[in-house]
Design a protein around this ligand. Structure first.
Ligand SMILES: [Fe+2]
Length: 612
């Protein structure tokens, strides 16, 4: 009999985006974020549902686990909290007291909390690695590289906010770091807060808003807030920030510097907000490039791996790839703290247990399709319970052709099939799809489907190998983490009046053959879709190309504003029924809106998910 496989469970929890990941003999076997199960966005509680899913997927119980590892070291983090408080005391007393109960009840007693979360069945060791070791491991170990430089760019973990090092074979060596309070992630979050978006959630919106503005505040930021040094490091002037001692990110001095108080969350973004977004985006990109150049000088390596929340800044990533010194880059798709669970488990297998590592040609992330899959029986049970009317397809090619035909007629299709994605982006398995050539598609999808801000751009999914025909991108971008310009010859010539438009008025212009996925600065956040990783999504793209000549679709996450990505067929059906979606695919079932019986509850549904 072969020896029993080794199972390692990684956990991230108690900050935001809690998650669990299971590594079996070094293979990334399953990973999921708790919010998908509980339907509470960024859920930070112990990931009991995600853990249960991981164990069930492997057919084991907690008692079969060989090791459990937590993604950061709570005592070090507590030390940071305490020292920061003492440095600013008595200021910060209120936020200190606010944080204390959770520390005293849970965070300082993690072994007990983990034991409780695992139902008291686990008897093995519980390990801890540091926050940045988790991020670094999640960036390097799944990558296709035998050796690579590693950069983690983040808000803050214990003390570290940014780190860099080298990965070789099965070993990571972190060589440099920048420590709290000097943090690129927290600087970006400060502007997220100041521009009226929610911290740890609205950073993506700020990035989407940036192309509507001009970076007229960039010099002010460089002169007063951040000092970028030649060795790749940076320092913030803490006289402008409040996150060490208060409950807000910025203070009165910051507000005076930029000429006013923070934007009210529900008000329309003004041109000033757009200019602020453009300014902090440009400075962040400079800081990212600066670090990349330094790490390249120090390591001389041609490959780079990235993780940490700032590595979700796909505009910055695209610039590192195009303008930076590295030949290849690989970015962990779950770059935020959820991915820490995966990194911690990999850290345990390679770094602690010293197991050999064989990098795989593409990568070892399995397309990041690491979450639960719904069985055909479960799908039918769920749909029948909802009295849904559906057709069933036995042949994948027929299904793909039908979906392509609907898309080509301008319909918006919700697609729910295969294993769920791990990471914040939907990569075709829990996605809304549309025709990118349709000039009205962006507005329809934003306003009538997702009930979200009209300025937010959509991403193109393109058949792998065909990206360079539409975008200035030859590299693969399977995880939608690289932004590239739309090719010059695909763009439309703008009239002089259109060139003069500013702010949200820019949305009205048709900029390319693919207006729904071309941002106002002619950029696009590209996903390349491979046949091996996602055969169904690839088949839909091919069928759409056969019908229209266009190998590109709009791909956005299957949810409404403020809702976690849909998790069950009934989540998908409700979202389908209560929005202007036309067609829903759940595995091999096809549902048309016009055939469904009426469903009450649309008003409540729209109120369920708080504004994000
Ligand atoms: Fe982090």
């Amino acid at each position: 009999m072969p020896p029993a496989p080794t199972h390692i469970l990684g956990i991230s929890a108690f900050y935001h985006d809690s998650a669990a990941a299971l590594v079996r003999n070094g293979d990334i076997f399953a990973a999921a974020q708790e919010e998908r199960f509980t339907r509470k966005k960024h859920d930070e509680r112990f990931p009991e549902n995600a853990v249960r899913y991981c164990l069930d997927a492997a057919g084991i119980t907690a008692s079969d686990l060989d090791a459990v590892i937590f993604y950061e070291k709570p005592l070090l983090k507590f030390e940071r909290l305490l020292e920061t408080y003492l440095a600013f005391a008595p200021r910060g007393l209120f936020s200190f007291f606010r944080a204390m109960p959770q520390w005293l009840q849970q965070k300082l007693h993690l072994p007990r909390e983990i034991d409780k979360g695992l139902g008291g069945d686990y008897r093995g060791p519980i390990y801890f690695c540091t926050h940045h070791e988790s991020h670094a491991a999640s960036a390097f170990f799944p990558s296709p590289f035998e050796e690579a430089a590693i950069i983690t760019l983040d808000g803050v973990g214990e003390w570290t906010t940014t780190s860099w090092g080298v990965g070789r074979g099965n070993k990571i060596e972190l060589r440099g770091e920048i420590r709290f309070p000097h943090s690129l992630g927290l600087l970006y979050s400060a502007f997220t807060y100041y521009c009226g978006f929610r911290v740890n959630s609205g950073e993506y919106k700020l990035m989407g808003l940036a192309p509507y503005g001009t970076p007229r505040f960039a010099d002010l930021i460089r002169r007063h807030l951040i000092d970028l040094k030649d060795d790749g490091s940076f320092r913030l002037d803490m006289g402008y920030f409040n996150y060490c001692q208060g409950l807000t990110m910025t203070n009165g001095r910051f507000h005076r510097l930029f000429g006013g108080p923070p934007r009210e969350p529900d008000s329309e973004p003004t041109q000033r907000d757009m200019d602020l977004a453009a300014s902090i985006q440009v400075v962040t990109e400079e800081a990212m490039l600066n670090i990349a150049k330094h790490v390249h000088r120090e390591t001389g390596l041609k490959n780079l791996c990235l993780a940490g929340g700032v590595a979700l800044n796909c505009v910055g990533n695209g610039r590192i790839l195009r303008e930076g010194p590295f030949e290849n880059i690989w970015i962990q798709p779950a770059a935020g703290d959820a991915g820490g669970a995966l990194g911690a488990a990999l850290w345990c297998w390679y770094q602690q247990m010293v197991n050999p590592r064989a990098p795989q040609a593409y990568d070892s992330q399995h397309g990041s399709y690491l979450g639960p899959r719904c069985s055909p029986v479960q799908v039918r049970e769920d749909l029948d319970a909802l009295h849904a009317i559906y057709e069933t397809y036995d042949n994948e090619a027929d299904m793909a052709a039908e979906v392509a035909s609907e898309l080509a007629q301008g319909r918006i299709v919700g697609h729910f099939a295969g294993r769920a994605e791990f990471g914040p982006r939907a990569l075709g398995h829990r996605s809304l799809l549309g025709d990118p050539r349709d000039p009205d598609m962006q507005r329809r999808m934003n306003v009538a489907i997702k009930f979200r801000e009209s300025f937010r751009p959509f991403a193109p999914a393109v058949i792998e190998g065909k990206q360079s025909g539409y975008f200035d991108l030859t590299a693969e971008s399977p995880y939608m983490l690289l932004v590239a310009p739309v090719r010059e010859e695909r763009r439309c010539k703008l009239t002089s009046e259109e060139e003069q438009l500013s702010g949200l008025a820019k949305l009205k212009t048709i900029r390319s053959e693919l207006p729904a996925v071309t941002h106002v600065d002619n950029s696009a956040r590209v996903q390349t879709v491979s046949k091996t990783r996602s055969p169904r999504f690839h088949a839909i793209l091919e069928a759409f190309e056969k019908r229209t000549g266009c190998p590109v679709l709009v791909n956005t996450s299957f949810n409404v504003r403020g809702e976690p990505i849909v998790h069950s067929p009934s989540d998908a059906y409700r979202c389908f029924m209560f929005t202007d979606m036309d067609v829903l695919i759940v595995e091999n079932c096809l549902l048309r809106k016009s055939a469904q019986p009426p469903m009450p509850g649309a008003e409540e549904y729209r109120k369920t998910f708080r504004k994000d």
